[in-house]
Design a protein. Structure first.
Length: 288
């Protein structure tokens, strides 16, 4: 019999994990919703941002908060570069070509990271206390990452709803032809969207490096899960991705306590497959 306190602790940890997963999914969903291309290599860009934080802190001696801001800048630049060099030339190509191009970027990043930094696992040790609340132990590091992830998502919300550029981005995601007739330049908005999505990857990288070790194949651990969350919530649906992230995080966390960590992921994927049969467009898709 499993002690209920362990289940409750797993629920809390699931909530904390869900915040970071939601941040990953929102960045990817933002890009898909506007540009209509799935960046298969999105989480690998996050890994590059994690490397950036690691080297800025351990080699150049930057304080962690400043390295985190550097990670956001690196992510924005990477997002813009990927858009200019890879996405723009294939915007009019068939979807399979787009997937192959971003998939090729994934393998390029993994190979380049292995070449330059080997397959060693690198992490930043942050000395923070563990909180105890009613017999539940909560990592302050994970709590801090959750709070910052929520703050980043709120900032993204206000950017998209309260600024001219954000409003234009939402408009171009709904009707590309109409926004062009109104004088806006869709190509410029696509570039800004990629940069913002990259900046979100930078935020995620800064929050993940204090919890996990980074290595060239880090994207293989979080990439499929992030893509699954986006599909489950409905590709391009920001609210759906947010909700789906917390659902999957709870399944993985609680399932890991009841059965095992590996089975937690298996259960999550089984639920995903079943829901795709029931709601192929995602849990927030409109019924015909």
């Amino acid at each position: 019999m499993i002690d209920p306190i362990f289940i409750l602790e797993a629920v809390v940890n699931g909530i904390l994990l869900g915040g970071v997963l939601a941040l990953l999914a929102l960045g990817l969903n933002l890009i898909f919703g506007v540009i209509d291309i799935v960046w298969i290599a999105y989480v690998d860009l996050v890994a590059l941002c994690m490397y950036a934080v690691y080297f800025l802190v351990t080699v150049y001696g930057w304080p962690l908060w400043l390295a985190g801001l550097g990670s956001i800048a690196v992510g924005a630049v990477l997002g813009a570069l990927v858009h200019v060099l890879i996405i723009t030339p294939i915007l009019a190509s068939p979807p399979i070509n787009q997937l192959l191009a971003t998939g090729g970027l994934l393998f390029f990043i993994q190979s380049a990271a292995t070449l330059f930094w080997s397959t060693d696992h690198r992490s930043i040790r942050v000395s923070m206390p563990t909180l105890e609340v009613g017999g539940i132990f909560i990592s302050f590091t994970r709590l801090l990452a959750f709070g910052l992830a929520i703050a980043a998502m709120i900032a993204l919300y206000f950017f998209l709803t309260r600024t001219y550029t954000g409003t234009a981005i939402r408009a171009v995601s709904q009707d590309r032809e109409a926004i062009a007739l109104m004088g806006a330049r869709p190509q410029r908005l696509y570039l800004v969207t990629s940069a913002v999505g990259g900046a979100m990857a930078g935020v995620a990288g800064a929050l993940l490096i204090i919890q996990y070790a980074v290595h060239p194949y880090f994207g293989a651990a979080f990439g499929p899960l992030t893509f699954m969350i986006c599909v489950l919530g409905g590709l391009g649906n920001m609210v759906g991705a947010f909700v789906a992230a917390f659902i999957m995080a709870q399944v993985i966390s609680v399932g890991g306590v009841i059965v095992s960590t590996e089975m937690g992921y298996v259960i999550a994927f089984v639920i995903f497959i079943v829901l795709m049969f029931v709601r192929p467009g995602g849990i927030f898709a409109r019924r015909a």
